[in-house]
Design a protein around this ligand. Sequence first.
Ligand code: UDP
Ligand code: MG
Length: 335
Amino acid sequence: MQAMTQTPARPKLSLITPAYNEEENLPELYVRLRQVLEGLEVDWEWLVVDDHSRDRTFQRAELLALSDPRVAVLRLSRNSGSHAALTCGLHHASGDCAVVLAADLQDPPEVIPQLLEQWSQGQQVVWAVRASRAGESKSTTTFAGLYYKIMRHVVGLKDMPASGADFFLMDRVVLDNFKRLHEENASILALISWMGFRQGYIDYHKAPRKHGRSGWTLQKKLKLVVDSVASFSYLPLRLMSYAGMVMAALGFIYLLVVIFNRLVGTPAAGWTEIVSLILLLNGVQMLVLGILGEYTWRALSAARRRPLYMVEAVAGRLQQAPTPPAGPATGPPTA
Ligand code: UDP
Ligand code: MG
């Protein structure tokens, strides 16, 4: 199929890096980015989104921005999670395409030329898929494997890479359409996969984290799983209805048995049976209410239309007056 937009002769690339407590990693990442990008026929900007770090991430990035006008930094008003931070970066990207990569040097900048190569061949989203993950614990890789299985086979996002990806390129057309989405409590990566367009893949080896600790706690990971399922699938709700129907049918059959036993002179065996049934049914009801609750609070949260992120401070020159996204996310104040 013919590409809708031709790649410009000297395209501009926006690099987006969400950063939470990454003061030690940013200077090294900057050096590596420069080494890679200076060998390419591209103009570039690097947007660091400081997700309200508790260390000196903002000041470090600001120093880089002072010495290099291609670097800019936005600080979010609260720790909003890497998906909100990268969304903020994507909303402010002015390039012909954008590449999202983590601050901790796990996503090697040396892979960027391969992403650009796929883009120049007409792909509009290019995922760098983790062929391997050095230095990750068994529990992390097992959890990630399970998550991507659920997303592909239960939720039905078949195009999500099986071994996971959080390093990717997005064409300007996708960036512009991305601004029209304004979902809270959803996995941004799953949303991008859901958006369609022409999506391509390359493999890369995810490096171990250089400095600092992963900001993904078990609690954040669990929320991501429920968010990802609830924003793309009604299957849990449907299963609740089926479970309800099966329970009702079993209850009815049991009632017939009790009546029959009574008529033939052997009444039901007493209250142990009743208590276990009550416990079982109550358990199922609580579970069902919980699932219903997960969808209900998400609906309430969407109705509140709180911004996904708020920008507290900006440093460096943002090339383009940021277009306020169509959704509830707020644009930044000027520097
Ligand atoms: N991150 C963020 N906000 C958070 C947690 C993480 O912006 O609340 C950033 C982090 O600085 C890094 C990227 O998101 O650049 C990926 O996070 P991390 O390395 O902690 O995740 P992992 O590699 O363990 O999946
Ligand atoms: Mg990491």
